[in-house]
Design a protein around this ligand. Structure first.
Ligand code: NAD
Length: 291
């Protein structure tokens, strides 16, 4: 099936980036959020980010204007029913995502493909709550969406080959690269990345090194572009904890137990960059380590 229109649920960090890349690739985009302010903020941010691409000569002002004109917003979820492809990028909570899909289903075209950008929730379980598990899969962008090249495509148990192929073609049209992952906790990137970040937090917790020495060690010693604690702050410590809990519960192996220090930071509301404090304090001009 040719996909031309895309509905995006959730206009947060990920939703706005997803709308940005789809509009630039020529898709008609309709974005929804329960919070009208989030929709407004997302449009303003997409405008700023596209402007930055114009300033760097990556796109022309006309291309930017066309892309902006292709993005519509609505606070009514069911307006997305006529989209060829729906990408759910709402808050990482299973009850929220399930309710979204259940509300959408009666309003969908028969051949609409449903997908979720979830970082860790079972695609098979989300699919089972819809009328079309064979047309349901994971469409997992990385953050920040306009910059990161990868999209993980996750097959639920029931996902059919045609749906998977259609999504692969969409990723290619976005100019990005897809990898295929089966539906097991945290998929591929986070299955590998999060235990490393969690281990970095244990290294801090046990006093093996300071925030600075851990991040510098991995940057200069393993050629990582960002240190693991800096990266954790960028992703959001609540998100890191949620993914570790999914790995711990889903794989029932103690090697995935979340570090108590990670839990403590989340309990304090020190969630990283988005709350201005995490392993670094971002309230001043330059980030200062908090330990
Ligand atoms: P976010 O908190 O920035 O945005 C979530 C948005 O969803 C908010 O604007 C919220 O108002 C909206 N929302 C909540 N309930 C809704 C509903 N019922 N209907 C419509 N909108 C609703 O979160 P985010 O970082 O953009 O994450 C979104 C999804 O993307 C999550 O599933 C997350 O796991 C996944 N993801 C996040 C990252 C990341 O690095 N942040 C990376 C890959 C995937």
């Amino acid at each position: 099936m040719a996909i031309e229109s895309v509905g995006i649920v959730g206009a947060g960090q990920m939703g706005n980036g997803i709308a940005h890349v789809f509009a630039l690739a020529g898709y008609e985009v309709l974005m929804t959020d329960v919070n009208a302010d989030a929709l407004q903020a997302a449009i303003a941010l997409i405008d700023r980010n596209l402007e930055r691409q114009v300033a760097k000569d990556l796109i022309t002002a006309a291309v930017k204007a066309d892309a902006m004109a292709r993005i519509g917003t609505t606070v009514t979820l069911t307006d997305l029913g006529q989209s060829d492809l729906i990408i759910e990028a709402a808050t990482e909570r299973e009850t929220i995502k399930t309710a979204i899909f259940e509300d959408l289903v009666p309003h969908l075209k028969p051949d609409t493909i449903l997908t979720s950008n979830t970082s860790s929730i079972s695609i098979t379980r989300l699919a089972s709550r819809t009328d079309r598990p064979e047309k349901f899969m994971g469409f997992h962008f990385m953050n920040p969406v306009p910059i990161m090249q990868l999209v993980e495509l996750i097959r639920g148990i029931a996902t059919d080959a045609e749906t998977f192929k259609s999504c692969q073609e969409v990723v290619a049209r976005l100019g990005k690269t897809s990898t295929a992952s089966e539906d097991f906790p945290a998929f591929i990137v986070n299955r590998i990345l999060m235990p490393m970040i969690n281990e970095a937090i244990y290294t801090l917790y046990e006093g093996v090194g300071s925030v600075q020495s851990i991040d510098t060690s991995l940057k200069l010693g393993a050629n990582h572009p960002m240190g693991p604690l800096e990266l954790a702050d960028f992703i959001g410590l609540d998100t890191c904890l949620a993914i570790m809990n999914v790995l711990h519960d889903g794989l029932a192996d103690t090697k995935y137990r979340p570090c108590p220090l990670l839990t403590k930071y989340v309990e304090a509301g020190w969630l990283g960059r988005k709350s201005k404090r995490g392993f670094y304090d971002y309230r001043g001009e330059t980030p200062v380590p908090t330990r």
